[in-house]
Design a protein around this ligand. Structure first.
Ligand SMILES: Cc1cc2nc3c(=O)[nH]c(=O)nc-3n(C[C@H](O)[C@H](O)[C@H](O)COP(=O)(O)O)c2cc1C
Length: 191
């Protein structure tokens, strides 16, 4: 579907979306990866705690790439294994004093959006995936659950024609819509 603006917003916000069809031949450079995580590094966070952490692997590293893709649920693995990088987004849920950081997931989500928008600067796309084998991710990377939360996985790469996808997914390979602006912005009162 064609996305239509309800206000004058920069095109980059409307044009970002989460494709499933990725070009398996495209190899991402370390320079681009660094820039993408550098964008995340400058995200604002409560008390500047910076709770976001990213684990990633590149498709060139076949052995690790296969390990990462095996940590995705099959519904995601089927398309995400054509991406150029796969990763997991983790947030540190406690502060140095051991207190829960209420804002950690909020801040980590903001960092994800910064990554995404920097990827777009390179004409690359990201796709977040809640559909991961969470318990296995904690085990595989030896992540301490009392300190960190695994939020989701992500795929990053160059878009390919939707014909590359299994037929069932081809039908879903298009931009979706949003709620009306009036349903999310409230002046002076809630609803
Ligand atoms: C935290 C999170 C988890 C998601 N999990 C999945 C997933 O497991 N599989 C999938 O295909 N898409 C997943 N998505 C993508 C969303 O479905 C997508 O962002 C949403 O439909 C809006 O579409 P757009 O990103 O194309 O604009 C996820 C997105 C987020 C932010």
């Amino acid at each position: 579907m064609e996305r239509t603006k309800q206000a004058s917003v920069a095109d980059r916000f409307i044009e970002r979306w989460s494709p499933r069809s990725f070009d398996s031949k495209f190899e991402i450079s370390d320079r681009k990866l660094k820039a993408i995580f550098e964008a995340a590094r400058w995200t604002p966070s409560c008390f500047n705690i910076q709770p976001w952490r990213f684990i990633y692997t590149k498709s060139q590293d076949e052995e690790n790439f296969e390990k990462f893709s095996n940590l995705l649920l099959p519904m995601n693995k089927v398309w995400a294994e054509n991406a150029s990088a796969l990763g997991f987004i983790i947030c540190r849920k406690v502060n140095d004093d051991g207190e829960k950081n209420f804002y950690s997931q909020f801040d980590t989500g903001a960092a994800w959006m910064s990554m995404t928008m920097q990827a777009r600067e390179f004409n690359l796309y990201t796709h977040a995936m809640g559909g991961i084998k969470k318990d296995e991710v904690y085990d595989h990377f030896k992540i301490d659950q009392s300190e960190y939360t695994v939020i989701c996985g992500f795929a990053l790469g160059k878009r390919a024609d939707k014909k590359e996808l299994p037929e069932k997914l081809q039908k879903r390979e298009e931009k979706n819509d949003r709620k009306e602006l009036k349903d999310i912005m409230f002046e002076n009162q809630f609803k």
